[in-house]
Write a protein that binds this ligand. Structure first.
Ligand code: 5GP
Length: 365
């Protein structure tokens, strides 16, 4: 047994110190990044924020909305081959979404069938534990099969395995996060994890030393956390919980039924009764979304026919309030990034981490 004495940090353990600058206009901040992928040699350009490949958030509708903001989506693994092919065929901008798969035999067969029919340019290989030789070997196989695809893989949270996945696996972007997710219970069930801010700082250094990139995955609860992830050196930020509850999500909605249609334009609904449209049909308004971890019992029951005997669920089930269209959430996040860049005098998102000084705090607010 060994203990590492340094205290590792999470987003809520730090704030960013403002600093004097000549240019401090939010409007002028350039938030577009251009990355040259180390192993595929391909370019990715856009606002480096991605929707997580959870079955609620990694949806076609999310991909179509986020592309309008120059952002990406990791499509979830549970779409049928036909639906995936149809979607990919109809989109001219294939640059902004990632095809996601696990490492099982069925995942590989599905990828092969899809790739035989439509171009698969960006691939995300996603497993809960990216530390096994088996995983590194599967990544290397997919790299050999798709030499020109941008390959994002994970999850891990320490520099040595980041380097191995880049050098041995041929990955371009490593996904960082063990245990920080908003509906993840790995830290509680397995006692395993790593505070996310320190994981990002340490892994970014390892990846950037090899001209590769990282994507923070999990733990961003507020626009300020997204800012801190970029400040710590993450190239991409992946979001699940922050996007959950937006119109673009798929899943089980809870509806508000306690309102009734009224003729008044100022006050179209009357509280306290079942609401109906003018045509008499039931009118429904979203109230909350069932949001659950992809290793929760809810997800395993839905997709795997139950939780296997040898494992415990490592995800929880929550209800997140309805948030309206995703563009409202994006507006908040981009506002936060621009504001932070102005506070530290960074003209571009690329420069932001160089101008970031974190201060350790006892409380953020
Ligand atoms: P969030 O942005 O909600 O904090 O984190 C999203 C990330 O949590 C996902 O991209 C994924 O990496 C992770 N995640 C999703 N479901 C589960 C789960 O059931 N268990 C664990 N350990 N992680 C999960």
């Amino acid at each position: 047994m060994r203990i590492i004495d340094d205290i590792k940090l999470d987003f809520q353990d730090v704030l960013i110190r403002p600093q004097r600058s000549a240019t401090a206009s939010r409007k002028e901040v350039d938030i577009i990044r251009t990355f040259k992928s180390r192993n595929s040699n391909q370019e990715w350009q856009g606002v480096p924020i991605l929707a997580a490949n959870m079955d609620t958030t990694g949806t076609f509708s999310m991909a179509d909305s986020l592309v309008n903001h120059n952002m990406g989506t990791c499509l979830h693994k549970h779409y049928s081959i036909d639906d995936l092919c149809e979607f990919i065929k109809q989109r001219t901008d294939s640059h902004h979404f990632f095809y996601t798969l696990g490492t099982g035999k069925k995942d590989r067969e599905k990828l092969n069938r899809v790739a035989a029919l439509v171009p698969v340019n960006n691939i995300c290989i996603d497993v809960a534990n990216g530390y096994t030789d088996y995983f590194v070997n599967r990544v290397a196989e997919i790299r050999a099969q798709f030499p020109k695809a941008i390959l994002m893989v994970g999850n891990v949270c320490s520099p040595e395995i980041v380097q191995e996945l880049i050098l041995q696996g041929g990955a371009d972007i490593i996904k960082i996060g063990i245990g920080p997710g908003s509906v993840c219970t790995t830290r509680l069930i397995a006692g395993v994890g790593y505070p996310q801010l320190s994981a990002v700082i340490e892994c970014a250094d390892a990846a950037h030393g090899l001209n590769a990139h990282i994507c923070v995955d999990g733990g961003c609860k507020t626009p300020g956390d997204v800012v801190k992830a970029f400040g710590a050196g993450s190239d991409f930020v992946m979001l699940g919980g922050m996007l959950a509850g937006t119109d673009e999500c798929e899943g089980e909605w809870e509806w508000e039924n306690d309102l009734e249609w009224s003729e008044s334009k100022d006050k179209p609904f009357v509280a306290g009764k079942i609401k109906v449209n003018q045509d008499g049909k039931l009118k429904q308004k979203k109230k909350s979304l069932k949001f659950y971890g992809m290793s929760s019992s809810a997800a395993m029951n839905k997709h795997n026919g139950g939780v296997a005997e040898y494992r415990a669920a490592e995800g929880e089930i929550k209800r997140v309030p309805y948030k309206g269209p995703v563009k409202d959430t994006i507006h908040q996040i981009l506002g936060g990034i621009r504001s932070a860049c102005a506070y530290v005098g960074a003209k571009t998102l690329k420069d932001f981490s160089k101008r970031t000084t974190f201060i350790k705090v006892n409380r953020v607010k």
